[in-house]
Ligand binder design. Structure first.
Ligand code: PAF
Length: 273
């Protein structure tokens, strides 16, 4: 596996590739969720490039940019074992200059939910993802459904900027007890981890209500909030998959989103129905 750190190295490597290329953009601290994206890319493409870059422009002042978990050696091993052909690991100076054009995510969809708590976060995500697409020219790029709003905004960018890449949404990977995998789970103490299980439990509450025939959004949200009660809930939303509001469940085109703070850690989870 090649480890590439500069733009020239990546461009030169990319020029040697023939056949479909898959890109898996990550911020490192790889877990089984990332592993499933990487494995899917390796199965579906002749070549897989993984990027590891903790992107400063998507962090707000006071967030965990400086202490974002790093496991570089383990990440390299994981990528090697999965059959990744190249790992792109640039530093901040390689990716950014002091004169950057602004990339703005559409505000009606990027200043709600995650973007309400983290204004500008999605602008930074789109900025780096666009750069990674330009550099690695992938045929397919793999993103987890756990970051549903990010996935939607990236799909929207690809569509509106006529980018030639297919976005592949990948299923959320969970621990046996239901906790959605996240690099930030390492911040949780044992006690906090148990509390965090209420998040996936609230999605199960919603599933049960829907299976029982409930379609009214307000009723389902109410039941979910009862499950989540001990936690500091930031939002529970039930929206159409394009993040527009709905009043009743539209099966096959609905997404249920939860964000709660456990200690100082914000955790998100969702269910596509
Ligand atoms: O989901 C992430 O890990 C990041 O937001 C991404 C897509 C790698 C951009 O920095």
């Amino acid at each position: 596996m090649k480890i590439l750190q500069t733009i020239d190295e990546l461009k030169t490597f990319r020029a040697t590739l023939k056949g479909p290329v898959g890109l898996v953009p990550t911020m490192g601290a790889l877990h089984n969720g990332h592993l499933s994206l990487i494995q899917q890319s390796c199965n579906e493409n002749e070549h897989t490039i993984v990027s590891i870059f903790v992107n400063p422009t998507q962090f707000l002042a006071g967030e965990d940019f400086e202490k974002y978990p790093k496991k570089t050696e383990a990440d390299i091993k994981i990528c090697e074992l999965c059959g990744v052909e190249a790992l792109f690991m640039p530093d901040v100076q390689t990716m950014y200059t002091s004169l950057e054009p602004s990339i703005l995510a559409p505000s009606s969809k990027s200043y709600i939910l995650e973007g309400l708590a983290r204004p500008g976060h999605f602008d930074g995500v789109l900025q780096v993802v666009l750069k990674l697409f330009h550099l690695s020219k992938p045929h397919r790029a793999y993103f987890g459904k756990k970051d549903a709003q990010q996935l939607y905004l990236i799909q929207n960018m690809v569509q509106t900027l006529f980018l030639d890449v297919q976005i592949i949404p990948c299923e959320i990977v969970r621990e046996d007890d239901g906790l959605a995998l996240s690099s930030r789970n390492v911040y949780l103490s044992n006690e906090q981890r148990s509390e965090a299980l209420l998040i996936s439990k609230s999605l199960k509450t919603a599933t049960r209500a829907i299976i029982a025939g409930t379609r009214d959004i307000a009723t389902i949200k109410h039941e979910m909030l009862l499950t989540l009660e001990p936690l500091h809930v930031e939002y529970v939303e039930i929206l159409r998959r394009d993040f527009d509001t709905i009043e009743t469940i539209d099966l096959g085109n609905t997404i249920i989103l939860v964000c709660a703070k456990v200690g100082t850690t914000r955790l998100i989870d969702n269910l596509w129905i």
